[in-house]
Every structure is written in structure tokens, then in C-alpha cells.
Design a protein around this ligand. Structure first.
Ligand code: SAH
Length: 260
């Protein structure tokens, strides 16, 4: 199935923000929809691609979304599909990564509604591209872990620190800004070196992207002081050591051109 038929629901990945990172398929599906339910993380440039006749419904709160809200979203999708709408549920990044996709798919399937997923570029990939590095490193970073540091209702983080504190892994920590002190503490106590390279990338792929390179021991203060109010991802691991050398190369080039 590759079209948005009346009465079906497509979960479509909007990518990290830059409309050029939308897949061609996602762009086509957006144009075929009669109604689009979209999250707060969907980039403005992506929303600008939606044709004027398509009904747009914002269902996003940036963080702290309550499960009742999620049930309300599930119900909206089901209702629209049962009315015969061509429904696109547009989600930031990839719908299958920390996107509450299961709840929405289950609700639709229980109601007998056909569903499909269109993948998108996830925040970790966009952040790596902004930093100009690889998330994996032959022989050194052989494992890439997508993990969320979002705690339910402010409860403590229930993460398996000993498996996360792997010096051969790169951690891509989603929703980790508030919990950065707990992340640093948990990883260091589980044996990861306090000097492990860390990068924070805010608004990856957007024009207003910012990034900051630090170490695990300084992560709590960096998360508090170096980030603004945008969506931010924390990357941890030896693969991030390449960020520093790229910055110094850029400086070298600048000095060189200045002298010549
Ligand atoms: N499905 C999304 C993730 C949703 S969870 C994806 O695949 O990217 C929301 C979290 O994703 C944010 O709190 C942040 O940690 C991260 N995120 C999403 N977009 C981002 C962006 N443009 N830059 C940095 N982090 C981003």
C-alpha cells in the first residue's frame, strides 16, 4: 500500500525539521491527505509543504504529554478514519522511535482501520550530520543505542546503567535534557569514564541548530547552560571524540586562509 486511501491512517515521519530531509514518499502522502494530525516537533518548513485544502490539526504538546492526551489523539485518528478521511499522522523524526506509534496503531487496528508507516530521518542521524561525524566507529563504537531519558510523571529514571555504560557503544539519548545529571551520574557510577566525549545538539537540521561538545562529567552543567528551549539530543561515546578534531580543522583552515 502506498497511497492514502479514504478511511485509512498513515503514520508519517516528518524528519528532524529541515523540509529537505523529508522523504519523497512522505511529501507525496502529505499532499494526498484530507486531514493531517501533527506534533509540535514537526518543522515549520515541512508544514509549509501541506496544500491549503488539507485540514491541519495540531495535537502536540512539547513534553510531559499525559497518557489521557495520547488516548484523545488515538480517538481523533480513529474517528477521522471512520468518517472516511484520508488521515496522515505526521510525527517528528521517525514514527517508530519514541513516537507513541504503538498506541495509535493499536487503536486503529482495534477499530478495523488500515494503517501504514512511512519512516523518517531520526534526530540522532540529523545530529550526527550536523556534527559531521559517524555514530559508529570501526572497532571502537560497535553498538548504537537509542535510549530515552524521559521519566514518567517525574519518577526516577529506570535505566539499565550497567549495560548502557559500554565504552564501545554510542548512546543517542532522546528527551534527556532534564535528566542529564541523572544520566551522567548513572553512567559514571556504572563505570563509564568521566572523560567520555559527549555532544549536545539542539534543533538538529534546523537553521537555528546549535551544538556543544563536552565530557560526561560536565554534561549536567552543559545541559543546563548550553541549551535553549529547542528539542535537544545527547550523544555519548568515543565516536564523539571526532567532533573536536573537526572543529580544530576548521580553525586551521581559517588561520591558513587568513595568512595566505
Ligand atoms: N520520533 C522522533 C523522536 C521523538 S522523541 C525521532 O525519531 O527523532 C522527542 C525527542 O527527540 C526530543 O526531546 C529530542 O531529544 C529529540 N529530537 C527530535 N527532533 C530533534 C531535533 N531536530 N534536534 C535535536 N533533538 C531532536
Amino acid at each position: 500500500m502506498s497511497r492514502v486511501e479514504p478511511g485509512m491512517v498513515w503514520l508519517v515521519g516528518a524528519g528532524p525539521g529541515d523540509p529537505d530531509l523529508l522523504t519523497r514518499k512522505a511529501e507525496r502522502l502529505i499532499r494526498e491527505a484530507s486531514v493531517i494530525f501533527y506534533d509540535a516537533l514537526v518543522g515549520k518548513g515541512v508544514l509549509d509543504l501541506v496544500p491549503a485544502h488539507v485540514r491541519m490539526v495540531s495535537v502536540g504538546k512539547r513534553s510531559g504529554r499525559h497518557s489521557k492526551d495520547q488516548r484523545a489523539i488515538d480517538a481523533l485518528l480513529v474517528e477521522a478514519a471512520l468518517w472516511g478521511e484520508r488521515v496522515v499522522r505526521l510525527k517528528g523524526g521517525d514514527p517508530s522511535i519514541f513516537g507513541r506509534a504503538t498506541e495509535e496503531l493499536d487503536a486503529c487496528r482495534r477499530a478495523g482501520i488500515a494503517t501504514c508507516i512511512c519512516p523518517g530521518v531520526t534526530a540522532a542521524s540529523a545530529a550526527a550530520a550536523d556534527l559531521g561525524i559517524s555514530l559508529t566507529l570501526r572497532g571502537m563504537a560497535r553498538k548504537l543505542v537509542f535510549v530515552t531519558a524521559h521519566s514518567r510523571n517525574g519518577a526516577g529514571l529506570d535505566l539499565d546503567w550497567s549495560s548502557l555504560a559500554d565504552p564501545h557503544a554510542t548512546l543517542a539519548i532522546y528527551m534527556g535534557k532534564a535528566a542529564a545529571p541523572l544520566v551522567a551520574k548513572g553512567l559514571i557510577e556504572a563505570g563509564l569514564s568521566p572523560d567520555t566525549p559527549v555532544a549536545l545538539v539542539e534543533n538538529a537540521s534546523h537553521d537555528c541548530q546549535t551544538n556543544f561538545r563536552t565530557t560526561l562529567s560536565l554534561l549536567p552543567i552543559a545541559a543546563r547552560t548550553a541549551l535553549g528551549g529547542g528539542a535537544a539530543i545527547i550523544l555519548v561515546g568515543e565516536a564523539l571524540s571526532a567532533v573536536g578534531s573537526i572543529v580544530s580543522h576548521a580553525r586551521f583552515d581559517a588561520d591558513y586562509s587568513h595568512k595566505s
